[in-house]
Design a protein around this ligand. Structure first.
Ligand code: ZN
Length: 80
C-alpha cells in the first residue's frame, strides 16, 4: 500500500531486457507506482490484458519525481 492509503490498481506491464515481465500497480490517490515481478503462479493471461508500457526500473523512476515530470512535460497526457 502507498503512503496515502488509497487503493493500488494494476496499470500495465512491461518487459525487462532480460525477458522478465513486470506488473505495474499504480495508486489511485497519488499516482505512486509499484513494480511487481510476475511470478509463475500469477495469472499471466490476465496481465497481458493490461496495457504494455515502456520499460522502466525502480532505480530510475522515483514516484514523486515521475509525477512532477509528468505534470511538467506532458500536461495533456491522460493517465489511465
Ligand atoms: Zn497513494
Amino acid at each position: 500500500m502507498s503512503s496515502c492509503g488509497r487503493r493500488m490498481e494494476p496499470a500495465g506491464y512491461f518487459q525487462r531486457p532480460n525477458g522478465e515481465y513486470v506488473l505495474i500497480h499504480q495508486c489511485l490517490g497519488c499516482g505512486f507506482e509499484r513494480f511487481n515481478r510476475i511470478a509463475a503462479d500469477d495469472d499471466f493471461e490476465l496481465v497481458l490484458t493490461l496495457p504494455a508500457l515502456p520499460p522502466r526500473t525502480s532505480s530510475e523512476v522515483r514516484a514523486e519525481r515521475w509525477e512532477e515530470e509528468l505534470q511538467e512535460t506532458l500536461p495533456g497526457t491522460e493517465v489511465a
